[in-house]
Design a protein around this ligand. Structure first.
Ligand SMILES: Cc1cc2nc3c(=O)[nH]c(=O)nc-3n(C[C@H](O)[C@H](O)[C@H](O)COP(=O)(O)O)c2cc1C
Ligand SMILES: CCCCC(=O)C(=O)O
Length: 389
């Protein structure tokens, strides 16, 4: 039997009774305001911000809020097991930390702290290509814990191939290829603050330590940072890529490949035909296409289209345990969590990320039980109803 994540609530109550109040709020939607007070509008604006007027991020929330759980009673939820099999891996819960770049703007221990927190809780950590720490260092911080690598599919084939080789050698088992960021979207909050970390060489660590990337520079990075940044900006992604190009990745990666940023059912079918193992139904947390379909609205259509052919994962807007429940009911096998863990990192480093993971899974465990389920596997579409708009 798995551990009961919900028991975390008693730990918090007992700590509180002995005078040790929890350091961070347990309602994760309160973290953003706290971290903004601590770190200021530039970094937090970058994390919290989204594309255009923010309509997609709002739609992500609305699509989850509109769906309501219809709890069932008297179904023996005394013993519960949150574990889930995802891409051949036994996970303690249907959760992974989403790939988020440039974490050094939140905390000096950056990706290593987030990765250690994920490892301590047994949750897979997905390292961004755009991390502020080289992948080898993050891997070392994680011991043998479950880690996945997110690829920004570079224009330069040699850099892509080198990233895959390095990720493999560093023990990353699943490749997550992000498709929705061939260009950076129009992001007014960052534009108005003139804040883009990459232009200062932040979030470029994997590139600036890569032999294939460095081979394209006339001078070492420390002698001409501008040239290095320009090379990064010009090649980190490739708007010219099309579906047949996936054959290259399939040839060079033995493990599971998951395509992140799929919203149209036809794209999910193309992913299956290209020999991929899964998709993440995601609109990048509303950061790419303003006016896009909400991720939770796209999810059931994608899940229905692919059936058992692909593993369907979900992110964009998950903030609570009931959101995790709803995503599973809409057809996801597991969810990725983005901004909340980044705020936890900004507020309290590794401990802050662990706090966020434990709160989310405690709330999920209790929601599951109180809705009549002892395991995520029994949650289906019939557990939800859509409230009238
Ligand atoms: C600051 C920030 C940086 C991100 N960087 C990446 C990245 O490097 N690669 C990627 O695939 N997704 C990236 N994402 C998107 C997340 O992986 C994820 O899709 C999104 O945050 C999920 O939405 P949520 O924040 O509402 O949970 C980033 C998101 C944020 C907020
Ligand atoms: C250069 C890639 C940007 C990182 C990212 O994915 C985001 O800010 O959403």
């Amino acid at each position: 039997m798995g551990k009961h994540w919900g028991d975390f609530q008693y730990e918090i109550y007992l700590n509180g009774m002995t005078g040790a109040v929890p350091r961070l709020p347990t309602d994760l939607t309160r973290l953003e305001a706290l971290v903004e007070r601590r770190l200021g509008p530039g970094p937090v604006g970058y994390v919290a911000g989204s594309a255009g007027n923010g309509s997609t991020a709002l739609a992500n929330r609305a699509a989850l809020d509109r769906r309501r759980i219809v709890p069932r009673m008297l179904r023996d939820v005394h013993e519960r097991d949150l574990s889930a099999e995802v891409l051949g891996r036994a996970l303690p819960a249907p959760l992974a930390l989403a790939p988020v770049g440039v974490l050094s703007i939140m905390h000096p221990d950056a990706e290593c702290a987030a990765a250690r927190a994920a490892a301590a809780q047994g949750v897979p950590y997905i390292l961004s290509s755009a991390s502020s720490t080289p992948m080898e260092q993050v891997a070392e911080a994680m011991g043998d814990a479950e880690r996945w690598f997110q690829l920004y599919w570079a224009k330069d084939r040699e850099v892509t191939r080198s990233f895959l080789d390095r990720a493999k050698a560093s023990g990353f088992g699943v490749l997550v290829v992000t498709l929705d960021t061939p260009l950076l979207a129009w992001r007014p909050r960052d534009l108005d603050q003139a804040y883009l970390p990459f232009l200062h060489g932040v979030g470029t660590a994997n590139y600036f330590t890569d032999p294939a990337f460095l081979a394209g520079l006339a001078k070492p990075v420390h002698e001409d940072l501008n040239a290095a940044v320009l090379r990064f900006v010009g090649m980190f992604a490739d708007p010219g890529k099309t579906w047949p190009d996936l054959a290259f990745l399939r040839r060079h990666w033995d493990g599971p490949i998951v395509l992140k940023g799929v919203l149209h059912p036809d794209d999910a079918l193309l992913a299956a035909e290209a020999g991929m193992d899964g998709v993440v139904v995601s609109n990048h947390g509303g950061r790419q296409v303003a006016g896009s379909v909400a991720a939770a609205d796209a999810l059931p259509r994608v899940a229905r289209a692919v059936g058992d052919r692909l593993t369907v994962l979900f992110d964009s807007g998950v903030r609570t345990g009931d959101d995790v429940f709803k995503a599973l009911a809409l057809g996801a096998r597991a969810v990725l969590l983005g901004r909340p863990y980044v705020y936890g990192l900004g507020l309290d480093g590794q401990a802050g990320v662990e706090h966020v993971i434990r709160c989310l899974l405690a709330e999920f465990d209790l929601t599951l039980a109180l809705s009549g389920h002892a395991t995520p596997a029994t949650v289906t579409a019939s557990d939800l109803e859509e409230s009238p708009a």
